[in-house]
Write a protein that binds this ligand. Structure first.
Ligand code: DAH
Length: 357
């Protein structure tokens, strides 16, 4: 005869003694698993006489129920202990100060871009944008680069593989295609600047394959070179934060302007440091001119009614000049130590009211 009382006491003691979920599971398998003590007892019921079964059945079932609920109760306790231990281990002390993190900064190129936008915005220019991936029409043809003209080659263009139609897309070599897109999508008067990334196969101390330009375009009925000169002189004085800067306009050639000029600012290179607005040297900072009638025609604007000026300048170069960065390539190294030295606070966006830099 099985001593149910002793068996229950023994199993209950084992359950109470289980220190963790694994040992509790071992007790459960030993009692209620397929080969377990209680399961074996339950299997004997079939071989008993009806009278014995009537007597043994409730005892065995009672034992099973008691052991099951003892296991469930113990499991609740152990589960709670596991959770408590985990919460203790993963606790975050919110009263601790956050560890100091390296501060981010605004890159000089982006800072200068924002400064330029602030200056031109105050003069009534709107920002226009275009895609980095351009086609031949917008980057060259509509800008009056004749087919096979050597000027196309001087741009050292990054071309994509031809698509199914045979067209070769390219990475824009200048921001001038935005002139075309603007002229084709809106009617004059137009007064826009277009900042953005540009690309050429070129890499040395003063060139990087990706660089930044700002393009300007003004189109109306009576725009002339005097407007161009005033706009650029005003911009340069504000940009370099000086009273006035002497500029020099030298004749040049660009396919998309006629006449064309390169503009230099007066500077002083003596003493190893570049000073803008004084001295007897000149520094080239931008290209400009009166928009070529062919460009206006290509874009559906009547050159007998409208004319205007355009200009383009390298943002990275002007950032280096203004903030004394010696090597262009460092501008693209992504070195956080460099950025923490040359970078700007993200909370001091340039504006005319509270200063540019
Ligand atoms: N697109 C020229 C370049 O990248 C720069 C330029 C020169 C733009 C004269 C102009 C301009 O709009 O009038 O070399």
């Amino acid at each position: 005869m099985v001593d149910f009382v002793a068996l229950q006491a023994d199993l209950t003691a084992q359950i109470e003694a289980a220190e963790d979920l694994a040992s509790l599971e071992a007790v459960r398998v030993a009692a209620l698993g397929k080969q377990g003590a209680i399961s074996t007892l339950l299997k004997t019921l079939g071989g008993l006489s009806p009278d014995e079964r009537r007597e043994q059945g409730p005892l065995i079932n009672g034992l099973r129920d008691a052991v099951q609920s003892a296991i469930a109760a113990r499991k609740t306790i152990l589960d709670e202990a596991v959770l408590a231990a985990r919460l203790r281990a993963e606790a975050v002390d919110l009263t601790l100060p956050a560890p100091p993190r390296r501060k981010g900064g605004v890159h000089p190129t982006m800072q200068v871009m924002d400064e330029m936008i602030a200056i031109f915005a105050e003069m009534g220019f709107r920002v226009a944008e275009g895609p980095d991936i351009e086609d031949d029409f917008h980057n060259f043809t509509a800008l009056n680069f004749p087919p096979k003209h050597p000027a196309r080659e001087t741009h050292d263009t990054f071309f994509f593989a031809p698509d199914e139609t045979g067209e070769r897309k390219l990475l824009r070599t200048h921001t001038s295609p935005v002139q075309v897109r603007t002229l084709m999508s809106q009617a004059p008067p137009i007064r826009i600047i277009s900042p953005g990334r540009t690309y050429r196969i070129d890499s040395d101390q003063t060139h990087t394959p990706m660089f930044h330009q700002i393009e300007g375009l003004v189109i109306d009925r009576e725009i002339h070179m005097g407007h161009l000169k005033w706009t650029l002189e005003t911009f340069v004085a504000r940009f370099f934060e000086t009273e006035g800067v002497t500029m020099r306009f030298r004749p040049h050639h660009f396919p998309f302007t006629e006449p064309s000029a390169e503009a230099d600012v007066q500077c002083d290179r003596s003493g190893g440091e570049m000073k803008i607005g004084q001295g007897s040297d000149w520094l080239e900072i931008l290209g400009c001119g009166m928009v070529h009638p062919n460009v206006l025609r290509s874009c559906g604007v009547d050159p007998d009614l409208y004319q205007g000026f355009a200009f383009g300048m390298g943002v990275d170069r002007l950032a280096m000049l203004k903030y004394g960065v010696p090597d262009l390539r460092d501008m693209f190294e992504s070195d956080v130590r460099w950025l923490s030295h040359y970078g700007f606070s993200a909370f001091a966006a340039p504006g005319q009211a509270h200063g540019l830099s």
